[in-house]
Design a binder for this molecule. Structure first.
Ligand code: FE2
Length: 375
């Protein structure tokens, strides 16, 4: 038995860490001004807020951008010899903060650190004339951080320290709605340690597991366990490389990120055909599976509402579980290192992660690894 689908967690009665969802994702990047422009232009985000020397923040520039319930923050250091610059030197552009919205950031910090979480930031009150935000944080895998964000008493654009960022250039939305899940790649033999961390420190549950028999092509073996909080609003699959004939895609990531980190962020849409058409037309590059994938896909997944032709043309993948089906596609890495990428996902009942697509998908990844000379 290689797959286990467990019942959703019962009510939040014993949930010591109630989460209201993903608050934002912060990326450390080499050039935040240009990264913000890229995510606005290519992915359809809007200007939201800015922090930097002009707002009294001397060591960095941060651009907050938003699309529906999705908020990204692009941050760059202004000088060398600080932890942000070191982070970028080591990892390249990547996810630094997976920020989680909580009703009480002080309590979240106390609950998690008392259970063994390593503090990154003690509860900190930030105030301006729009109100108050309380932040606290703990370390997770690699150099990645979970910040707890309490913003119920704040009315401003983003948070104190930021000023509202208004621009003439405001490209239209691509229909992206919210963070569906964020995947972490961890080192050899480290998956169960991090599964235990999410269970013990954050009160998550392991809702789905895949072993290397599920997720193994000729080369690209990996293992994965999906961790979910009590209400299911926050899901963190954890991947570990497995022994295969050649180098696992997770191992390639670990080599080029120089350690553990966020592999992909899945962004939900209500209309994947429209969203992916727009993303493609604006220059987002996607992994392609062979068109033969579509010859028999409906035999596997049964009836779907969408026409197959646009799915085939765009390279959108389809999978089904007991509760419905899902449509998904993966971008190529969004930086020159083969590290972070994005998934675009539309769920039509399915709560799973596209296991039926792993083989076709990983073969597509291997073709790209081969081109990079990393297989
Ligand atoms: Fe995913």
């Amino acid at each position: 038995m290689s797959k286990t689908l467990m019942a959703a967690a019962p009510g939040t009665q014993t949930d010591f860490l109630p989460l209201e969802g993903t608050d934002y994702v912060e990326f450390y990047v080499g050039n935040a001004k240009q990264a913000a422009h890229f995510y606005k232009t290519a992915f359809g985000f809007q200007s939201l807020a800015y922090a930097g020397p002009e707002t009294g923040v001397k060591d960095r520039a941060s651009y907050a951008i938003r699309q529906n319930k999705l908020t990204f923050v692009l941050t760059t250091p202004l000088r060398a010899n600080n932890p942000m610059a070191d982070h970028i030197y080591k990892h390249g552009d990547g996810v630094k903060v997976l920020a989680l919205r909580v009703p009480d950031a002080t309590q979240a910090w106390k609950e998690t650190t008392s259970r063994g979480g390593k503090s990154y930031m003690e509860p900190t009150r930030l105030k301006d004339d729009q109100g108050e935000v309380v932040l606290s944080g703990i370390h997770t895998y690699g150099d990645t951080i979970h910040l707890f964000v309490e913003r119920k008493n704040y009315k401003g654009a983003f948070m104190p320290g930021f000023t509202e960022w208004k621009t003439v250039y405001n490209p239209t939305s691509t229909g992206l709605q919210y963070v569906d899940h964020c995947v972490g790649n961890v080192g050899w033999g480290q998956m169960n340690k991090w599964v235990g961390f999410y269970e013990e420190v954050l009160g998550f549950r392991n809702i789905l597991s895949f072993d290397d028999k599920d997720i193994s092509t000729e080369y690209s073996a990996l293992m994965s366990k999906v961790m979910s909080n009590g209400n299911g609003f926050v899901k963190f699959p954890i991947n570990e490389p497995a022994e295969g004939r050649k180098k696992s895609q997770v191992e390639e990531y670990l080599d080029f990120y120089d350690g553990e980190g966020c592999q992909h962020v899945a962004l939900a849409t209500n209309n994947i055909i429209e969203t992916v058409t727009t993303l493609r037309d604006r220059g987002v590059e996607f992994l392609k599976v062979p068109t033969s994938y579509y010859d028999e896909v409906l035999d596997r997944v049964g009836h779907i509402d969408e026409d197959l032709a646009p799915l085939r043309e765009l390279g959108i993948l389809i999978d089904r579980d007991d509760e419905g089906y899902l449509l998904q596609i993966f971008t190529r890495p969004v930086e020159d290192r083969p590290t972070l990428f994005f998934e675009i996902i539309q769920r039509k009942g399915a709560k799973s992660f596209g296991k039926g697509n792993f083989k076709a998908l990983f073969e597509a990844i291997e073709r790209e690894q081969e081109l990079r000379g990393n297989l």
